[in-house]
Design a protein around this ligand. Structure first.
Ligand code: FES
Length: 270
């Protein structure tokens, strides 16, 4: 059993929890994920490790289905049956020079741990975090403290620059091209935003966590075509060269699981 040591809501439908899981926290590196199962009847879900502190690991998640809703209802002192990890390949951390980390919505959750690792490796780190509106923006203070510069965007202009993160990223590429870029968020955002860096030939990574289902390499649902080759996000990723990922195929697969999620939710509430 794994105890939740802190739990809170960060924004509407977005929650944070710290779990005591020393075997995961001790080995976790930026970019990796864990798989948890709340109880014996629960499904296994993969979640990015968004922070580590001693024996504790942090997860940040959006309530999108039955399991994440159950997880959101857990409080400090509650327990989780299984926590397995760290899984997946870590972020390729090295001295690039200047790195830009772009996060959209709950995808921002993946960034601070990567930003810290890149800073420690001697990089200058520029963060661009975006959300639909001010209330949905998460981890601003944390990103502010770890990045050399932080740019904020909101779709509705309620905070920061009005528009998508792709705008300021393009401006940076034009005026002071970075050496590497990470883009993490919804698939459509990753497709559009990582497309910005392509004409500049800037190395760009995306994290394909959202398409994972069991995170163990068994279910096959995270199959993705990268550079014309079939890869598995949970084993070969979750980070891949953004310019090689077939996003259209990826998004058509995601729509399939949205239907499954709806069915599961109806089953559990009906
Ligand atoms: Fe099931 Fe990767 S998530 S095989």
């Amino acid at each position: 059993m794994y105890t939740i040591t802190a739990a809170s809501a960060l924004a509407e439908n977005v929650y944070e929890a710290w779990i005591s899981a020393p075997h995961v926290s001790r080995h976790a590196e930026a970019g990796q994920f864990l798989v948890l199962r709340i109880d014996e009847t629960g499904e296994r879900i993969p979640l990015t490790i968004s922070g580590v502190d001693g024996d504790l690991v942090r997860i940040i998640f959006m309530t999108v289905g039955t399991t994440t809703r159950k997880l959101a209802a857990l409080k400090k002192g509650d327990t989780i049956l299984d926590v397995v990890g760290p899984l997946g390949q870590p972020t390729e951390v090295k001295r690039y020079g200047t790195c830009v980390l772009v996060g959209g919505g709950v995808g921002i959750a993946c960034l601070p741990i990567i930003a810290k690792a890149l800073k420690t490796a001697g990089n200058t780190v520029i963060g661009i975090i975006g959300a639909r509106n001010k209330d949905l923006l998460i981890l601003e203070d944390e990103m502010q403290s770890v990045c050399d510069e932080l740019i904020i965007t909101t779709d509705d202009g309620s905070y920061g620059i009005k528009g998508f993160a792709a705008g300021p990223l393009k401006e940076i590429c034009e005026t002071r091209p970075p050496d590497a870029v990470w883009v993490i968020g919804p698939a459509i955002m990753m497709k559009v935003t990582s497309g910005v860096t392509k004409p500049f030939g800037i190395r760009t990574f995306v994290s394909l966590n959202p398409i994972m289902v069991d995170g163990t390499g068994m279910c096959g649902s995270c199959r993705v075509v990268v550079g014309g080759e079939t890869r598995f996000a949970c084993v070969d990723g979750p980070e891949f060269d953004a310019h090689e990922v077939n996003f259209d195929l990826l998004m058509s697969r995601q729509r399939f699981y949205t239907d499954e999620e709806k069915e599961s939710a109806a089953h559990h509430t009906g």
